[in-house]
Design a protein around this ligand. Structure first.
Ligand code: F6P
Length: 563
């Protein structure tokens, strides 16, 4: 394992200065996508890229040939290629937790066993051993061989987890719904008791399997929800006369209806879940990078082994693209570097991700954890303060709903909001309605929005439509609002794997330029600690007296109004 080099202050590099000069020059000359397209008939071809399932058009970004070259130079100057190699080979690039970062090992095929030994562990062999255990378990459940405590097959799954132990599985479950041919899955994450209460409504405990997913197995929300689910299951089985009060029968019910996914198999056993029914992963898989680990167990139950294998292959193929393409032609690296260009030079603060596919309606929520928990940092990986803005606020909504909500601000607001539009050529539901191909109506909107954002509408064009002069300014679109178009063939498991790996690596690229440890998340800890301290104050006067004035007043309001 190589020593992790100190992060570089990117703002002190000549390559950064060159980008600043370039930015100033472009601003002085005037940025005009319309002119750039007119001047260079090859612009689209030069800025288009293909991976196995996805086609990328970067031409509507505020970049020129020179920008691409300067961004690639910057990537080389910060050691992007070396750090990428360090990540892939298992160096402890997560410095604050002294851990390797090996989500890329999760998708390496069994044939690569023995090629990635990290800290004495044959990572690929271990990954594939757990996968085989998951596939075997899922097959037993899906075929009906696995029976609940009363001898009935499993029809529904409740998956309990939060953050990385929830957002990825939910997003993919929704994303691949057309492939659903196993038990339906409901996901519980929030500690708000309404969540678990609503999710178990209507379920028959005799045919329900609960998966408790928690990397640490200590997360308050998940353990509390798991306890509530355990109570619900045992209580309902008892009331139905399916089990008696004996400890043996309860243990049997838990063994048949609860399984776990965790790195902490000891705590899983303490909870009462049979270690035989626990699926492990490792400290080198970050929660938000774990959907393709055992954390994806619910997905194998829902979709089966073949779908999950295609999904993993999609990740693997994108890993290879990122690993092997030279920076100037590496769409993954370029998308990350272009984000840096917008954040640090154009001062963009947020980034919209707009999937024109309803099945990806949870994609933005998933990306929020991936990107913001990774790069929302104020110090670099050696603890020194950053010298640039870091992170981006990721947000979005499945199209066209967003068009009727917030697109106004993207088109005509005062802030620049770079946006990624994601669409697929083929719909899982190719419906014709009164002679119209509805999918084409949908995709027409995708293309119309990116066109309007790029090329806008001038005052003269507005006037030519007969608009009264006093309304002309309100109807002008400045254009030059950057977008990336990602157009896939179909939203297959493979394409979704590619898409997720793409954003994982974009996040890595940005973090590397900013010198961040993108794999820790200390910023979530203080709130967790304080919640433990504050909660007793709802009913304990001594704890209440110890609170600050604002917290105290809010708890007094609670006490006065609690029904
Ligand atoms: O609160 C943040 C966090 O630690 C995430 O990073 C993680 O994905 C989530 O909590 C859940 O953690 P666990 O899987 O250990 O329950």
């Amino acid at each position: 394992m190589s020593k992790i080099p100190a992060p570089i202050d990117v703002t002190q590099l000549p390559e950064w200065k060159a980008l600043q000069d370039h930015y100033d020059r472009l601003q002085a000359e005037g940025i005009s996508l319309k002119d750039w397209f007119a001047a260079d008939p090859d612009r689209v071809a030069k800025l288009s890229f293909d991976t196995s399932d996805l086609h990328f058009d970067l031409s509507k970004n505020l970049i020129t040939d020179e920008t691409v070259k300067l961004l690639a130079d910057l990537g080389r100057a910060v050691g992007l290629e070396e750090r990428r190699a360090a990540m892939y080979r298992g160096d402890h690039i997560n410095t604050t937790e002294d851990r390797a970062v090996l989500h890329t090992a999760l998708r390496r095929p069994a044939s690569e066993a023995g090629t990635l030994i990290v800290d004495g562990q044959d990572t690929v062999a271990d990954v594939n051993e757990v996968l085989d255990k998951m596939y075997a378990f899922a097959e037993r459940v899906r075929s009906g061989e696995w029976k609940g405590v009363t001898g009935k097959a499993i029809e529904n799954v409740v998956s309990i987890g939060i953050g990385g132990s929830d957002l990825g599985p939910v997003m993919v479950y929704e994303g691949l719904r057309p492939y659903l041919d196993g038990p339906a899955v409901r996901f519980v994450s929030n500690i708000d008791p309404n969540d678990v209460a609503e999710k178990v409504k209507g379920l028959d405990p005799e045919t329900t399997l609960v998966i408790v997913v928690s990397k640490t197995f200590t997360t308050l929300e998940t353990i509390t929800n798991a306890k509530m689910a355990r109570w619900w299951l045992l209580d309902a089985l008892r009331k139905a006369g399916a089990i008696d009060d004996s400890a043996e029968k309860e243990a049997e019910a838990i063994a048949k209806h609860f399984v776990a996914v965790s790195t902490n198999l000891k705590l899983v056993a303490d909870f009462g879940i049979d270690p035989e029914n626990a699926f492990g992963f490792w400290s080198w898989v970050g929660g938000r990078y774990s959907v393709d680990s055992a954390v994806g167990l619910a997905l194998i139950l829902a979709f089966g082994k073949d779908v999950f294998q295609d999904f993993l292959k999609g990740f693997y193929d994108m890993d290879r693209t990122f690993e092997t393409e030279p920076l100037e032609e590496n769409v993954v690296a370029l998308m990350g570097l272009i984000n840096v260009w917008y954040v640090n030079f154009f001062k963009a603060e947020s980034h919209a991700v707009l999937p024109y596919v309803q099945y990806l309606h949870r994609f933005a929520a998933y990306l929020q954890q991936l990107t913001m928990e990774s790069n929302g940092k104020q110090v670099r990986w050696d603890g020194s303060p950053v010298t640039t803005e870091t992170g981006e606020i990721f947000w979005g909504e499945a199209g066209t709903n967003g068009q009727h909500a917030f697109y106004q601000l993207i088109h005509q607001g005062t802030r620049m909001i770079p946006a990624d539009f994601i669409g697929f050529v083929n719909s899982a539901n190719p419906i014709q309605c009164e002679g119209a191909d509805v999918h084409e109506l949908f995709l027409g909107n995708f293309l119309a929005q990116t066109k309007a954002l790029a090329f806008g509408k001038t005052a003269d064009e507005v006037r030519a439509e007969g608009t009264p002069e006093e309304i002309v300014p309100a109807r002008v679109f400045t254009g030059n609002r950057p977008t990336t178009s990602i157009f896939g063939v179909s939203l297959t498991p493979h394409a979704l794997g590619e898409l997720i790996a793409l954003y994982e690596h974009i996040t890595f690229v940005e973090g590397t330029v900013w010198g961040l440890d993108s794999y820790d998340q200390w910023g979530v800890e203080l709130g967790k600690q304080l919640a433990k301290q504050i909660t007793p104050a709802f009913h304990d006067d001594e704890a209440l007296a110890a609170q600050d004035a604002s917290t105290k007043a809010l708890i007094e309001f609670y006490r006065a109004n609690r029904a």
